[in-house]
Ligand binder design. Structure first.
Ligand SMILES: *Cc1c(COP(=O)(O)O)cnc(C)c1O
Length: 358
């Protein structure tokens, strides 16, 4: 079986964990600080604040930026639930809009149509590792005086016109969950251009204090541990090579797959292929996935239900593009440890099931 994802943990990661365990210093400390300053190289040197998860990073970025009750934040409905949860947990209202059907990211035209006097922010999601249309979204944000919070959980080192994701908005949030392009076990990180947002996020992460026991605001414990940071530091060193391999795997798939819609890349964008997501249009997508499984190729559906329709939100909105792509998308293996034999097998099986190949 070729699995849908295969996290890579090497000997260096194990040695790094052992080094931390031997030091006896386990809670947030020098490894976390080093991870933050090293990760900054991916986001044009912006301040980085590491957390225990990507969801915490999304949530605390909003709180640190002053988003809360009475505010509206425009987000795509076609994303992971954490995108909307992060908004709702601040007390603000997530306003769900459509995505562009080719790139699966928030549609700038839909953003403009959803702006009200309560709108404070836009959260584009760089879904599957393809950056949202940040040029158009930045122009809208400037015109209407809105903040941009990027959900970059799937898009470490993706970019638009040479500028990396996480360096466009006032804040960007990354995830280091095991299946993401790099992992720390669990973990997340906020990148920000704002000194005040940075200060607030650092306080909120640690019980609301900057100086010990002088708690200024009501905070959380969303700190990253030294163990997780040590893993993240090792993985960060490997990210560039892994990204290149994801991209060459994706190119191979796009050149050889037949009978399915392969994922395009927008002009000026660098796609980092957290997922390689095809659209299955001429077949029932779920049956298609079952046929792949029977032939030993794993796949995943991200995500089968647009967020506004999940029981947790349960809103009756008319978002036909989100509904449609949720029925068509299928992510197939693209991760860096795929061998050429495995890539050949993925192509053979997908083409066979699509009825277009041998
Ligand atoms: C993974 C992910 C998150 C949440 O990150 P965690 O580290 O799992 O909390 C948020 N948004 C998107 C789009 C994701 O893929």
């Amino acid at each position: 079986m070729i699995p849908a994802a295969r996290p890579e943990i090497g000997i260096e990661e194990r040695e790094a964990v052992d080094r931390v365990l031997q030091s006896g210093m386990l809670a947030q400390g020098p490894e976390v600080a080093a991870f933050e300053s090293e990760f900054a190289s991916l986001v044009e040197g912006r301040a980085c604040i590491a957390m225990n998860s990507g969801t915490s990073a999304l949530h605390l970025a909003f709180l640190a930026g002053g988003i809360g009750s009475g505010d509206e934040v425009i987000i795509p409905s076609f994303s992971f639930a954490a995108t909307a949860n992060a908004v709702a947990l601040t007390g603000a209202t997530p306003v769900f809009v459509e995505v562009e059907p080719d790139y699966f990211a928030i549609d700038p035209k839909a953003i403009e149509a959803a702006i009200t006097t309560k709108t404070k922010a836009i959260m584009p999601v760089h879904l599957y590792g393809h950056p949202a249309n940040l040029v158009a979204i930045s122009a809208i944000a400037d015109k209407h005086g809105l903040q941009i919070y990027e959900d970059a959980a799937q898009a470490h080192a993706a970019s638009v016109d040479g500028k990396p994701v996480g360096a466009w908005g006032i804040a960007g949030s990354f995830s280091f969950y095991p299946t993401k392009n790099m992992t720390s076990g669990e973990g997340g990180l906020i990148s920000t251009s704002s000194k005040e947002l940075e200060r607030q996020a650092r306080m909120l992460r640690n019980q609301g204090m900057e100086r010990r026991y002088e708690n200024e605001v009501i905070g959380f414990n969303t700190r990253m541990t030294e163990i997780h940071a040590a893993i993240g530091r090792v993985q960060l060193k490997k990210l560039a090579a892994w990204t290149a391999k994801r991209q060459s795997n994706a190119n191979f798939l796009s050149e050889n797959l037949r009978g399915v819609v392969t994922p395009p890349t927008a002009p000026g964008s660098v796609h980092v292929y957290h997922q390689y997501t095809i659209k299955v249009i001429d077949h029932d997508r779920d049956r298609f996935a079952e046929e792949l499984t029977k032939r030993g190729v794993g796949s995943g559906v991200y995500y089968p239900t647009p967020i506004h329709r999940l029981p947790s939100f349960n809103l009756k909105l008319d978002l036909p593009i989100s509904e449609r792509v949720a029925k068509e998308v299928l992510s197939i293996p693209v991760y860096p440890s795929l061998t050429q034999d495995e890539l050949d097998r993925v192509v053979e099986v997908v083409n066979e099931v699509a009825g277009a190949g041998a």
